[in-house]
Design a protein around this ligand. Structure first.
Ligand code: CP3
Length: 350
């Protein structure tokens, strides 16, 4: 089964996919990174008694959790409910997601043998993903589904550090000091990420986002030399499917042009970068972003005024997908996101 955008004209012509292809839109499309999850009471209720990774492997839960924010907000795209470490878990890496902490890996990767012990991903490892995506695409109708994967550097950081890290010191030590291990690890994770994205697109996802959340920890030169080739490989493989590719990271203002050149159709811009600078650095590509996720805690009129600026600046880009500059913060009041979605739709009508 190909991407829903290839078979359903309503999906193909949706505002989100039009913006991602830098085509004219009826209104600025909006979705929120981490729109599904802890900010929603209906999510917290559904997740009671099930761990994060268990719920990612249970199609009934994945379908329902993915649909929750679409129903509540009327956003222009759904994002598949999963996690960047799920494909590693699926091939057999011993890891878990600890509430309030994040992914924790039992035996962090240090040596070439550790890398070689990680199996490559085949569609059979993630049959529950294929089933969940197929069912979702049927339920979503004209709303496109975004598939996603973690980018090689960000996933490597969890594997090498064994958990979340502020400075990514072990990861960078491997990158600087053990180039043959680093290359093998990047090759392994790139293959897993590309295969995992292909599974989602084959099952019907209409766009993908590659999350390189922690790439902002790297200097421009080190990103270019040690990471860019691998992210380019992943995005290149997905380019062959024809679906738009979004490439996002946090604190990546100095490398936004390179993240575009890696093979993105849409460059994700975090809130630190003025959107007009993000548009210039994206080099003729569409952009996504970039309202500060903490603005939802400001008075509504302050949040909406800042959203208006983002929408207006976005109109100068070849394509603009409205989003926050990073994920929804769990304490966010869903009513604020509902107001924000309606506001962006209203003020951006062409
Ligand atoms: O709605 C969506 O955006 C789709 C779901 C999604 C999750 N993780 C669900 C999740 C997506 C796109 C991700 C990606 C992800 N996971 C990234 C890249 C995006 C980013 O935020 O930069 C990263 C770095 C991870 C790793 C990870 N997983 C972290 C840092 C955490 C949070 C730890 C915590 O508890 O604060 C997780 C767990 C996680 N992934 C949760 C959710 C809803 C929370 C766990 C829970 O609900 O029990």
């Amino acid at each position: 089964m190909p991407a829903a955008s290839a078979t359903d004209p309503a999906v193909h012509d949706s505002a989100f996919l039009r913006a991602a292809r830098s085509e004219p839109v009826p209104h600025t499309p909006v979705w929120f990174m981490r729109q599904a999850g802890r900010s929603l009471p209906e999510y917290r209720k559904l997740r009671e008694g099930t761990t994060m990774l268990e719920s990612c492997m249970e199609p009934d839960l994945v379908v329902e959790i993915t649909l929750q924010p679409v129903r509540r907000y009327g956003v222009d795209a759904a994002i598949f409910f999963s996690d960047i470490v799920l494909p590693l878990k699926a091939v057999g890496v011993d890891l878990d997601i600890t509430p309030g902490v994040g992914p924790v890996v039992a035996s962090p990767v240090e040596t070439l043998a550790d890398v070689e012990a990680i199996p490559d991903l085949t569609p059979a490892h993630v049959d529950f993903v294929t089933e969940s995506v197929r069912r979702l695409v049927g339920e979503l109708g004209a709303t496109p589904l975004i598939g996603f994967a973690g980018a090689p550097f960000t996933v490597a950081s969890y594997l090498v550090e064994g958990g979340p890290s502020k400075d990514h010191a072990r990861t960078k030590a491997m990158m600087f000091g053990a180039p043959e291990v680093w290359e093998a690890l990047m090759r392994k994770i790139s293959g897993i990420a590309a295969a995992y994205l292909e599974v989602q697109v084959d099952a019907g996802a209409s766009a993908v986002q590659l999350f390189d959340s922690w790439a902002g920890a790297l200097s421009r030169a080190d990103y270019e030399r040690h990471v860019l080739p691998w992210s380019t490989q992943v995005l290149g493989r997905i380019g062959a499917t024809g679906v738009p590719r979004i490439h996002f990271g946090v604190g990546t203002g100095e490398i936004l042009d390179l993240m575009g050149q890696a093979g993105a159709d849409v460059v994700g811009v975090d809130w630190r970068v003025p959107l007009e600078a993000g548009i210039a650095r994206a080099g003729g590509r569409a952009v996504q972003g970039n309202l500060d996720p903490t603005l939802v805690f400001a008075p509504t009129e302050v949040m909406l005024e800042r959203a208006r600026e983002v929408v207006e600046t976005g109109r100068t880009a070849p394509g603009h997908v409205f989003n926050l500059g990073h994920g929804v913060i769990p304490a966010t009041d869903p009513d604020q996101l509902a107001r924000l979605t309606d506001f962006v739709h209203e003020v951006s009508v062409r």
